[in-house]
Design a protein around this ligand. Structure first.
Ligand code: ADP
Ligand code: MG
Ligand code: MG
Length: 210
C-alpha cells in the first residue's frame, strides 16, 4: 500500500499486535540483563496507542506517529518510553505534512528517529542498545533508496537490517542502560530494546507490502 496516513495507522496497530505476541519473549530477554519489564512496558504503551487511534482523525502519517509518540512517552515509562517517544516524535517532525511517504522519506524519518534515540540516550553503536537495531536499519534504507528501491522495499531492507542488528547484540557487553550494571555478564543475551525495534520496523515493512 501507499505509505499514507492509513499505512501509519495500520503500522501502529500492527505494532500493538506484534508486541502483544512477543510480550513474554521481551520480558524474558529483559529478565536476563535487566528488570524483566520491557515486554510489559511495550505492550502497555502500544495498547494505549490503539485506544488513542480509535478516536480517529489522523490525516497524515506524521499525525499518527505524533499521537503514538505522546502516548508512548506518557505510558511506557522506564528507559524505553522516552526513547521510543522521541523516536516517533522526531520521525513525525521529519515527515511534516507529507501525505504519502516515498523512499527518501523513509530514509528521512528513520534517520530522524535514530538520531532522536541517540540524542536522548547517548548510546553509540556497539553499546548493546536499540541503537544497534536502528543504525543498521537507517544505513540499509539509505543504500536501498540510492539503488532505486521503492518506499516499501526501503522499509523491508531496514527491517531486515534491524533484525540482524538485534541478533548481533547477543555477544556484546552493555555499556548503556540497566544492562550495563551487569558488565561482562550482559554478554550472551540479545538486547530487548534492539529486538523490539526490529519488531516495530518489521511491522512497518509488512504493512507497506500489503
Ligand atoms: P528499563 O531499562 O528502564 O526497565 P525497558 O526495559 O523498557 O526500560 O527498556 C530497556 C531497553 O532500553 C534496553 O534493552 C535498550 O535497548 C534501551 N536503552 C536503555 N538505555 C538506553 C540508552 N541510553 N540508549 C539507547 N537505548 C537504551
Ligand atoms: Mg526493563
Ligand atoms: Mg524498568
Amino acid at each position: 500500500m501507499a505509505l499514507n496516513a492509513q499505512w501509519a495507522e495500520a503500522w501502529l496497530r500492527e505494532c500493538a499486535r506484534v508486541l502483544a505476541e512477543h510480550r513474554t519473549e521481551l520480558i524474558e530477554l529483559d529478565r536476563a540483563i535487566g528488570d524483566a519489564d520491557h515486554g510489559e512496558n511495550m505492550h502497555r504503551g502500544f495498547s494505549a496507542v490503539l485506544t488513542k487511534l480509535d478516536d480517529g482523525g489522523q490525516e497524515t502519517p506524521a499525525a499518527a506517529l505524533k499521537l503514538a509518540a505522546m502516548t508512548l512517552m506518557s505510558t511506557v515509562g522506564g528507559a524505553a518510553g522516552p526513547l521510543y517517544g522521541t523516536a516517533f516524535l522526531r520521525a513525525a517532525t521529519a515527515l511534516g505534512d507529507e501525505r504519502e511517504v516515498g523512499a527518501s522519506g523513509v530514509v528521512g524519518f528513520l534517520t530522524a528517529a535514530r538520531d532522536g534515540v541517540v540524542a536522548r540516550g547517548k548510546a553509540e553503536p556497539g553499546d548493546k542498545t536499540m541503537v544497534d537495531a536502528w543504525t543498521p536499519a537507517v544505513e540499509a534504507a539509505g543504500t536501498a533508496e540510492a539503488a532505486g528501491a521503492t518506499a516499501a522495499e526501503a522499509l523491508k531492507a531496514a527491517a531486515n537490517a534491524a533484525q540482524a542488528g538485534a541478533a548481533g547484540t547477543e555477544p556484546l557487553i552493555a555499556r548503556k542502560g540497566r544492562a550495563s550494571y551487569l558488565g561482562e555478564r550482559s554478554a550472551g543475551h540479545r538486547d530487548p530494546g534492539a529486538v523490539s525495534t526490529a519488531l516495530i520496523l518489521q511491522a512497518a515493512a509488512d504493512i507497506a507490502e500489503r
